[in-house]
Design a protein around this ligand. Structure first.
Ligand SMILES: Nc1ncnc2c1ncn2[C@@H]1O[C@H](COP(=O)(O)OP(=O)(O)O)[C@@H](O)[C@H]1O
Ligand SMILES: [Mg+2]
Length: 379
């Protein structure tokens, strides 16, 4: 798939921007702080309903404006679709498909597919477990868009259950009789059921991702692997083997029962996919805390390349977005990455200077300066 048109209103630094795009490579060039990343961030947002840089929508709306609008014309084979998203920080976002129908934002998922590699991805390796859970869940959702609903439901149930646990903890502290905990049983069942669906999808994803990540790592850093992607479920899911959703539901329910006394003490849910960990390893060692800067970069890159291959094998080819990454890579990895991506249907690259974009990535060139995106003719 590829975008043929991107239109922004009051998104980040842009009062307005209209960018006509074609298949193949499009490189956005310009000095730092001019709005290159802002452009590709918008494309990533249309695909994932989240920014790769910030957790909330507020910074995405141009300072002083009330809302931002993102629009993209998407072409997949013969099919053209227009997706539109209105960001209203603090209120519900709104979405439209093909100009007429109002849809839920999450109904847009799956129409624009992207894999984005950016300097922030170093957090995948070096950051908190939450970064790796987000990586998994975004990819799970890209593969199976209805998982967005499951994730939202899990968040809702978790919040309700935590509220209940907090009041139980409070009641206990104040020496009351304790509260009626039968409500908690209902929430346990719910949490286990929804959580199991997410765990099952994460584990299935990892099955597909492992060989691809290993291969990708070997391509960007030969001999440095193998790559280990190890899931540490808070209910011991990975050692139970592929027991399916029912099996994981039972495991989670049991684990919740076991941890309930501690949970009532602490007033928070201690078991479930929101506490699970994805451990990354290189060779015999964990990546976090052991891998060098260069190895961490290679691993992050390998995870993105593997994601790209997985999505491409399973459905419409995703758009590959490389935000300011060539300058960070040494000649070998730069060349390897360029070779791998030169055949992609659409690649959006940002770089401060043209020399940072490898020559094999010939294609359209745009300059980004003072809020203007201009196509460079004759390139
Ligand atoms: N919500 C916003 N409103 C106005 N300007 C913003 C907003 N968010 C970011 N900016 C501006 O956008 C610029 C950064 O753009 P960015 O795309 O990250 O630059 P680069 O070209 O280096 O990738 C900064 O100058 C920042 O002040
Ligand atoms: Mg940038």
């Amino acid at each position: 798939m590829h975008l043929t048109h991107l239109s922004l209103a009051d998104f980040r630094s842009y009062p307005r921007a209209e960018v006509v795009l074609g298949p193949g490579v499009s490189a956005f060039l310009g000095p730092n702080g001019q709005g290159k990343t802002n452009l590709v961030e918008a494309v990533g947002y249309l695909a994932t309903l989240a920014s790769h840089r910030v957790a909330s929508d507020a910074p995405l709306v141009r300072m002083g404006a009330e809302r931002a609008v993102l629009r993209a014309q998407v072409r997949e084979g013969e099919r053209q679709q227009l997706v539109e998203l209105e960001l209203n920080p603090g209120r519900a976002n709104r979405a439209r498909l093909n100009r007429s129908t109002q849809v839920r934002p999450r109904d847009l998922l799956g129409i624009v597919r992207t894999v984005l590699f950016a300097p922030e991805d170093l957090r995948l390796v070096k950051g908190d477990p939450g970064e790796r859970r987000r990586f998994l869940d975004e990819l799970v959702t890209a593969r199976v868009p209805r998982m967005a609903g499951v994730r939202a439901e899990y968040e809702r149930v978790l919040k309700q259950r935590n509220t209940l646990l907090k009041s139980a903890a409070m009641a206990r502290r104040h020496g009351g009789r304790g509260m009626d905990l039968s409500t908690l049983d209902v929430w346990d069942q719910h949490l286990a059921g929804v959580g199991a669906e997410l765990v099952a999808q994460r584990l299935a994803l990892l099955e597909g991702l492992r060989p691809l990540a290993d291969k990708a790592y070997d391509e960007v850093a030969p001999g440095g692997g193998p790559v280990a992607l190890e899931y540490r479920g808070s209910a011991g899911e990975e050692s139970a083997g592929p027991v399916g959703r029912e099996g994981y539901t039972a495991l989670l329910a049991e684990a919740l029962t076991r941890s309930r006394p501690r949970e009532i003490e602490r007033g928070v849910t201690l078991v479930g996919p929101h506490r699970d960990e994805l451990l990354l390893g290189l060779g015999e060692l964990p990546a976090k805390g052991y891998a060098s800067h260069g190895e961490s970069w290679s691993l992050a890159l390998a995870l993105r390349l593997a994601s790209y291959e997985l999505l491409r094998d399973e459905g419409p080819e995703p758009i590959l977005i490389l935000d300011d990454v060539f300058a960070e890579l040494d000649a070998r990895r730069r060349h390897r990455l360029a070779e791998l991506v030169a055949s992609a249907e659409q690649v959006l690259v940002t770089a401060a200077v043209p020399e940072d974009v490898p020559e094999v990535l010939a294609g359209a060139r745009y300059t980004v300066a003072e809020g203007q995106v201009s196509h460079v003719e004759g390139e």
